[in-house]
Design a protein around this ligand. Structure first.
Ligand SMILES: CC(C)(COP(=O)(O)OP(=O)(O)OC[C@H]1O[C@@H](n2cnc3c(N)ncnc32)[C@H](O)[C@@H]1OP(=O)(O)O)[C@@H](O)C(=O)NCCC(=O)NCCS
Length: 172
């Protein structure tokens, strides 16, 4: 079954997942404002990074061309509940889970799990046997629960500020 079929099934199924009715579809450029709003609110609400670190992390909202490129070139998946954007995730080039963000007031409802399941199904369509992700301190526990393990600790320096995260891997 190709990924359009899988997405279509997900889109129409309105599956009950931990009592949440969610719909999934691929992002389009017109979704950019909603995506950036969720991303910025999520990052600024984070309690594992300093204000300075969060400002640098969130400042990527200014790089519109980068986001448009990700939407156009990647498998960029949105999750909605009653037309509200609840989260998004993307499969980047090759075997890389590039994004995973959930509305800051909607954690713990299974949204990321469902998104990741879709991303992993998509990866399997391309016969990928493993996935990598660079994962924040905050998301490490979620990815561990989803079967990923830490390969190394990354030392990202942006504008002179250290942003710690982890390279994680899962064999599919
Ligand atoms: C990490 C994140 C994506 C998880 O989203 P979520 O929708 O709350 O996750 P789920 O509800 O699907 O959680 C699935 C399971 O993982 C667990 N889990 C979720 N976040 C966890 C965490 N930080 N640490 C440990 N376990 C976690 C849940 O308890 C749940 O376990 P259960 O199945 O035993 O009940 C979300 O908290 C988030 O957006 N965090 C901040 C942004 C971020 O850092 N994104 C990643 C950038 S790489």
């Amino acid at each position: 079954m190709n990924h359009f079929c899988l997405l279509f099934i997900n889109y129409i199924e309105c599956s009950l997942f931990r009592n949440i009715k969610m719909e999934f579809r691929k992002a389009e450029e017109g979704d950019l404002a909603l995506i950036l709003e969720l991303f910025e609110a999520n990052v600024l609400a984070n309690t594992d990074y300093t204000e300075e670190q969060k400002e640098i992390w969130a400042s990527s909202v200014n790089n519109l061309e980068m986001w448009k490129g990700k939407i156009k070139d990647n498998f960029f998946l949105l999750a909605f509940e009653n037309d509200k954007l609840m989260g998004f995730s993307s499969l980047g080039p090759m075997d890389y889970v590039d994004m995973m963000f959930v509305q800051k007031d909607e954690f713990g409802k299974g949204i990321a799990s469902k998104l990741l399941l879709n991303i992993e199904e998509e990866a399997k369509q391309y016969d990928l046997s493993q996935l990598y992700a660079d994962v924040s301190v905050s998301a490490r526990g979620f990815f561990e629960k989803s079967g990923y393990h830490v390969v190394k600790t990354n030392r990202n320096i942006r504008k002179g500020i250290h942003l710690k995260n982890f390279r994680m891997k899962k064999v599919l």
